[in-house]
Design a protein around this ligand. Structure first.
Ligand SMILES: [Zn+2]
Length: 449
């Protein structure tokens, strides 16, 4: 089907023990080109995900048009469909995988009226699929080839990034913080409930900036979630992953400028207030350091992959997370339209920096290896923090003439450290925000004092 579309497809069955090699350059498991993950899930995982009965596959896509790299197909359901015909299960499974690859490479959750991308397969479609009569249209083939060329370029040598949050932990954090994947990946569409028009979830605030709210993962309820817009991927505590008996694959992950080994897994479902994600890819990490830092058990760090699926407001004063369509607050700033992260432009002196707005941070921290020397900045102190990537030197500095949107500060304190990908991170509490609203659909962050 793909060769007819001018696409060469290679299937790499990656053993768990070698999974960490899969994304390494030069690995036998990484052939170059555009790499996407397809998981064939057994009945037990499908049952836990509570997907609609007719669903046989799903693709992870936070918003229409986004770059998705993770799809799942449900083996027992395909088996069930095949029983309606005398087709071979291998052929129908192949067609289901091709359909999900189509969603990823066409960057759409929409369906076509004919061919392999139709929404629902009736018996006649299954028979045609088995005979190899369902394919991609010439236009779809052309779009997929273009998409693969784009992915080939961007995947080569692009570092996977980590949560900024681990850099902003208080000084007594001794060990690992959350790490994350290259891009936000969320399961959406199939199996995900829509967000109610208005919903609120209370939270507790730790160290005056860290937001901890209750949520569920699988059948485990009343879990403590750290709400972290600075984490590109949701992170599940090692202890919770054990209780959920998650199958895990080790994986090397770049954290800013060094590499650490973490594990990844797929949770059957995750719920935070009105947000529900089914079959969510997560990173598994020991989060006990967060427990020490905040004196509260943290079961998961909910990252922007989940949070970005619906606009929400953090009400620090009322101590609640609010979903539902609300007007922007008094101080609006546009986000970078090209970034999947909530990044904004911060001016310091005559420099314009890209920082991301990070609820896991309590301060403004700039990455000095990216920003270089900012004229007029005075170092007033220095300390060493222990993080997942070892000892990190953090300088306390005074910045002059800062502007964010329409807000100006003559001088403010912040930090300098090493980092990458962005120029720095900005905690909403540093802004003095009583409320901050993340409208990632319209790419606007707004706050009020
Ligand atoms: Zn589909």
């Amino acid at each position: 089907m793909f060769s007819a579309s001018g696409i060469e497809l290679s299937w790499f069955d990656v053993p768990l023990a070698h999974a960490e090699l899969a994304n390494s350059a030069g690995s036998p498991f990484n052939p170059g080109g555009a790499v996407v993950d397809v998981n064939i899930l057994p009945r037990s995982m499908t049952a836990l995900a509570k997907l609609p009965e007719t669903t046989v596959g799903s693709t992870a896509m936070a918003h229409e048009g986004e770059c998705a790299s993770f799809a799942s197909v449900y083996y027992n359901r395909i088996e069930r469909e095949v029983r309606k015909t005398d087709a071979s299960i291998a052929r129908i499974l192949g067609c289901a995988i091709a359909h999900e690859l189509g969603h990823m490479l066409l960057r759409t959750s929409h369906h076509a009226s004919s061919g392999i991308m139709i929404a629902k397969w009736e018996r006649g479609d299954l028979l045609r699929a088995a005979q190899g009569l369902l394919g991609f249209t010439p236009q779809q083939a052309q779009n997929m080839r273009a998409e693969i060329r784009v992915r080939e370029k961007t995947q080569q040598g692009s570092p996977e990034i980590a949560s900024s949050a681990l850099l902003n932990r208080p000084t007594e954090v001794r060990a690992a913080g959350p790490v994350a994947r290259a891009l936000p990946q969320t399961t959406s569409g199939v199996g995900d409930s829509t967000v109610a028009s208005h919903a609120e979830v209370p939270f507790k605030l730790y160290r005056d900036y860290a937001i901890v709210a209750r949520g569920s993962v699988g059948e485990r309820h009343k879990l403590n979630f750290l709400i972290d817009t600075g984490s590109s991927s949701t992170v599940v505590a090692d202890s919770l992953a054990r209780k959920l008996r998650l199958a895990r694959a080790p994986r090397k992950i770049s954290v800013f400028d060094s590499t650490v080994v973490a594990e990844e897994a797929v949770v059957p479902s995750l719920r935070l207030g009105p947000l529900q994600a089914a079959l969510l890819p997560v990173v598994v990490q020991d989060l006990s350091s967060l427990q020490e830092a905040f004196s509260v058990r943290i079961d998961a760090v909910v990252g922007i992959d989940v949070l970005s699926r619906s606009s929400f407001t953090v009400d620090y004063e009322g101590k609640k997370l609010i979903w539902g369509s609300l007007e922007p607050l008094s101080e609006p700033v546009s986000c970078d339209p090209c970034s999947p992260y909530p990044t904004v432009r911060l001016e310091i002196g005559n420099r314009t920096l890209r920082v991301f707005v990070d609820t896991g941070a309590g301060e403004l921290a700039l990455f000095e290896n990216r920003t270089g020397v900012i004229p007029g900045t005075q170092v007033v102190g220095q300390e060493t923090r222990t993080t997942i990537r070892g000892q990190v030197v953090v300088k306390t500095v005074e910045f002059h003439e800062l502007t964010l949107g329409t807000t100006h500060w003559a001088r403010r304190e912040g930090s300098l450290m090493k980092g990458s990908l962005f120029d720095g991170t900005l905690g909403p509490k540093w802004l003095g925000a009583k409320r901050i609203r993340f409208d990632l659909e319209h790419k606007i962050i707004s706050w009020e004092k």
